[in-house]
Design a binder for this molecule. Sequence first.
Ligand SMILES: Nc1ncnc2c1ncn2[C@@H]1O[C@H](COP(=O)(O)OP(=O)(O)O)[C@@H](O)[C@H]1O
Ligand SMILES: [Mg+2]
Length: 286
Amino acid sequence: MQISQAAVEQAIKRVTEMSGTAMNAQSENTNTPILEITNLSKHFGGVIALSQIDMYVPQGQIASLIGPNGAGKTTLFNCITGLERPTAGAVQLQTRSITGLRPDQITSIGMARTFQNIRLFSQLTVLDNIKIGRHCRSKSHFWAAIRRNHKQRQEEAEITEYALEALKFVGLERYSDQIAGNLSYGDGRRIEIARALATEPTLLLLDEPAAGMNPLETQHLMDLIYAIRQQGITVLLIEHDMKVVMRISDWVTVLDHGEKISHGKPEAVQNDARVIKAYLGKSYNA
Ligand SMILES: Nc1ncnc2c1ncn2[C@@H]1O[C@H](COP(=O)(O)OP(=O)(O)O)[C@@H](O)[C@H]1O
Ligand SMILES: [Mg+2]
């Protein structure tokens, strides 16, 4: 007898209600995908950076994208966030096609990201860096805020308040007036996360968030990522620190030479012969 997906979902829902526990964050089938990538390829001249990638990220979970240096991870992030146009294929965010949209359009639909290399305005204060993120949700432009009318001033106050909230969330409120360039590397990475959060994303993409962090900073980062998921924000991260990946991820997808070679729960991926082979004798760094 065939049991339909809907019937299975119903049964899980009933059992969950009976036991009074929350849905297990790892039950992928019970979650609708927030991000869906279909048959995505990206070529740079003769270089095939990505080849026919199918991938989806379930809502409300932490997914990791791993793979050896040059596997295509950052290129995939760039195609998802609109920085690069895929050669072929489609990207959907909450069932809406975002293929070919500009990064700012994609941000306003609910996706935010951080970069592999920190991209803060080093001469501006920490708070102003975060306010820049928040301005994507407001009508007036940050740089044109010299002659403001009442409504704009009100909006500016709201932006400041929201930026401070984001800063508080990452635990760096005390640095709000500091010049961003004076922060430690680890703190700079957290500020970038705060800036991304200030755009009110439903999906947050982090490109190597633990890079350059010491073990304590890395631990705090993991706590922060859990807290972000706790807020209902889905997280997709690229990470080369396998300890972080194995501990934090609900799901792991592995790329090698532009191809998806594995997908599954961390333990399964870790023991996948194709994954082990891909990593043998190669740099873990992206
Ligand atoms: N703008 C570009 N022009 C040409 N080749 C690129 C460009 N961006 C990435 N590549 C190539 O695509 C491949 C994947 O790169 P990348 O996505 O940065 O890998 P990863 O982030 O997994 O280390 C590499 O061979 C890289 O040299
Ligand atoms: Mg990269």
